[in-house]
Design a protein around this ligand. Structure first.
Ligand SMILES: *Cc1c(COP(=O)(O)O)cnc(C)c1O
Length: 228
C-alpha cells in the first residue's frame, strides 16, 4: 500500500473518532514513525502530506533528515542517552521521552540558552516493568523540579500502552494520562503549558484519539515496518 492510501484510511478513522468524542480533527497531529523504513519511504510520507516524522535513534534519524533536506517537523520518540543530547537538539524539534532529571539537566546545558526544546514527559501509566517513563505519582514533582531550566518547555505528556489484541483495553490508560495532563495544566507553570497528549500507535490510535490524543505516533499501519 502507498503511504497516501494508508494516510487516507487513518485520517478517516481519526475523523470518525473525533466525531464520536466531540473533538475537532485539526487538533490531532499524525506523526509518521519511520524508524523501520528507508529514506525513500520517509520522503514518500512527506510527499503524501505527512507533516511530522518520528524517529527513535539519533544517528539513523539525523542521517535521514539530512539526506531529505529540511522538510517536516522531526520528533525524537526513543529513549535518549545523555551523550547524544547535543546531536538530538540540533536536529529535532520535539522530544517525547523526557523521563529523568539528569536528562533535563543535559538538555539545558547543551542547548546553551539558544533553543527551547518542546518536551513531552514520558509516563508509564500501565506500570509495566519493560516500559520506560515516570510513574504517575512522580510526574508533578518532576515537572516542578524543572523550573530553572530555561531551555525546556513541557508541551505535554506521552505514554505507550501495552499491546492488547482488544485495543479497547487501552482506554483506561489513555484516560488516566489525560486526567494527569489536566492536573499539570491546572498548576499554570509558565514553562509547562502541557496542552498536548502524545498517545496512540498503529494498534490503538483510535481509542487514544477518543480519549484526547493530540499527537498519534503511527509506524506500521502508515509507512510499514520493513526496510525497503
Ligand atoms: C515504534 C514506535 C511507535 C510506532 O509503532 P507502530 O506500532 O508501528 O505504529 C510509536 N511510538 C514509539 C515510542 C515507538 O517506538
Amino acid at each position: 500500500m502507498t503511504v497516501k492510501e494508508n494516510l487516507k484510511t487513518i485520517k478517516k478513522e481519526i475523523d470518525a473518532a473525533c466525531q464520536r468524542s466531540g473533538r475537532s480533527p485539526e487538533d490531532v497531529h499524525i506523526i509518521a514513525v519511520t524508524k523501520y523504513v528507508s529514506e525513500e519511504r520517509t520522503l514518500e510520507a512527506l510527499n503524501a502530506g505527512v507533516l511530522h516524522i518520528g524517529e527513535n535513534r539519533v544517528e539513523g534519524g539525523v542521517e535521514k533528515k539530512v539526506a531529505i533536506g529540511d522538510r517536516g517537523t522531526w520528533h525524537f520518540i526513543g529513549s535518549l542517552q545523555s551523550k547524544k543530547v547535543k546531536k538530538m537538539i540540533d536536529h529535532f524539534d520535539y522530544l517525547h521521552s523526557l523521563d529523568r532529571y539528569s536528562l533535563a539537566e543535559e538538555i539545558d546545558k547543551r542547548s546553551n540558552q539558544k533553543k527551547i526544546l518542546n518536551c513531552f514527559v514520558q509516563v508509564n501509566i500501565s506500570g509495566e516493568e519493560t516500559k520506560s517513563g515516570l510513574s504517575k505519582e512522580q510526574v508533578i514533582p518532576f515537572i516542578q523540579s524543572l523550573n530553572d531550566f530555561h531551555s525546556i518547555k513541557i508541551v505535554g505528556l506521552m505514554t505507550m500502552a501495552p499491546f492488547y489484541d482488544d485495543s479497547e483495553r487501552t482506554r483506561p490508560i489513555f484516560r488516566s494520562l489525560r486526567e494527569l495532563k489536566e492536573e499539570v495544566q491546572a498548576l499554570k507553570l509558565p514553562f509547562a503549558p502541557c496542552t498536548e497528549l502524545s498517545m496512540g500507535m498503529s494498534n490503538d490510535y483510535i481509542v487514544a484519539v477518543e480519549e484526547g490524543a493530540t499527537f498519534v505516533r503511527i509506524g506500521s499501519s502508515l509507512v510499514g515496518n520493513e526496510k525497503g
